[in-house]
Design a protein around this ligand. Structure first.
Ligand SMILES: Nc1ncnc2c1ncn2[C@@H]1O[C@H](COP(=O)(O)OP(=O)(O)OP(=O)(O)O)[C@@H](O)[C@H]1O
Length: 254
C-alpha cells in the first residue's frame, strides 16, 4: 500500500475553468516525488487539496489506505499531524507575535499526545527546542528571537523545524526555497535531503526549478494545465520518449 494514493482528482474554483483534471499518482514511504510545471498550472492547488485546505470536486485522497476527502476536522486531526507542509513564503507561516521557541513547541502541544516519537525525545521543552534547532542547523540562541529578527533562510529553517517536530510521514514542500538567494536555496535543499534520510520521511517536492527537482527526487511528475502529462524515474529524465512538454521544460534549463 502506498503512503499517499491520489485517484482521479478534479477541482474547479467557483470562478472558472477546471484547475485539476483527473490527477492520479502515489507517493511511497520514504520517497521524494517531484512535481514540476509552469506558473498557474495548478501545483499549489493540488498541494492545498492534499492538505485538505481546499475541497476536491471528485476523486479520492487515500493516506495509508484511508480516505481523507470529505472527513470532518476532528477525524482529520491524526492525518494532519502526519502530513505537514512547508510553503513558499516562510514569513506568512510563522506567527509574528511568537518567539521561535513558542512557534516550535506549538505543533507538539497540539499533536504530541498522538505522536510515537522515533527520532526526537521530549525530556524538557528547552531540550526539545534545542534538538529541533540543531536538526535544522540553526544556533540555539535563535530560540528567543521573533520572526522579524530572522533572515528569510532562517525563517524557512524554523518552519521546517516546526514541520518535523511531530515526525510526520509526509511533508508537502511547495517551492520551499524560491524566496531565497541561490546559495541559501542550495543549502536549504541539502538540509531537506539530509532530514528526509535522517527521519525517514516522504516528500512531495513542488518546484519550477527542474535541476533542483532532479537533485532531490527519485521520481518526477510533470503538470500542464492541471493534468499530469508525464511521470518517470528521475534517471529517465533525458530519455528520448519523454513527453514533448517535458522536453520543452528541459530545454529551458539547457
Ligand atoms: N482561490 C482561488 N480561487 C480562484 N482561482 C484560483 C484560486 N487559487 C488559484 N486559482 C487559479 O487556479 C490556477 C492554478 O493556480 P495555482 O496557484 O494552483 O498554480 P501554480 O502552478 O501553483 O502556480 P505558481 O507556480 O505560480 O505558484 C490559476 O489559474 C489561478 O489563477
Amino acid at each position: 500500500m502506498s503512503l499517499l494514493d491520489i485517484r482521479n482528482i478534479h477541482k474547479t474554483y467557483y470562478s472558472g475553468a477546471e484547475v485539476l483534471k483527473n490527477v492520479n499518482f502515489s507517493i511511497e514511504s520514504k520517497e521524494c516525488l517531484g512535481l514540476i510545471g509552469e506558473s498557474g498550472c495548478g501545483k499549489s492547488t493540488l498541494a492545498r487539496c492534499l492538505l485538505q485546505i481546499e475541497p476536491i470536486d471528485e476523486g479520492s485522497i487515500l493516506f495509508n489506505g484511508r480516505e481523507l476527502s470529505g472527513k470532518s476536522e476532528r477525524l482529520l486531526k491524526p492525518y494532519r499531524r502526519n502530513m505537514q507542509a512547508v510553503l513558499q513564503n516562510p514569513a506568512s507561516a510563522l506567527n509574528p507575535k511568537l518567539k521561535v521557541r513558542e512557534s516550535l513547541i506549538d505543533p507538539f502541544q497540539q499533536y504530541g499526545s498522538q505522536v510515537d516519537m522515533k527520532h526526537l525525545t521530549y525530556k524538557s521543552e528547552r531540550d526539545f527546542i534545542e534538538q529541533l534547532l540543531e536538526m535544522v542547523e540553526l544556533p540555539k540562541s535563535l530560540a528567543e528571537r521573533y520572526p522579524h529578527e530572522l533572515s528569510g533562510g532562517q525563517k524557512q529553517r524554523v518552519t521546517i523545524a516546526r514541520a518535523i517536530s511531530i515526525e510526520p510521514s509526509l511533508i508537502i514542500l511547495d517551492e520551499p526555497a524560491s524566496s531565497l538567494d541561490v546559495l541559501s536555496q542550495a543549502s536549504l535543499l541539502t538540509l531537506l535531503g539530509k532530514l528526509r534520510e535522517r527521519l525517514g520521511m516522504s516528500y512531495l517536492f513542488i518546484s519550477h526549478d527542474l535541476p533542483a527537482v532532479q537533485k532531490m527526487c527519485q521520481r518526477i511528475m510533470v503538470m500542464k494545465e492541471g493534468e499530469i502529462v508525464d511521470a518517470f524515474e528521475t534517471e529517465l529524465l533525458l530519455c528520448a520518449d519523454r513527453h514533448p512538454y517535458t522536453k520543452e521544460l528541459i530545454s529551458l534549463f539547457d
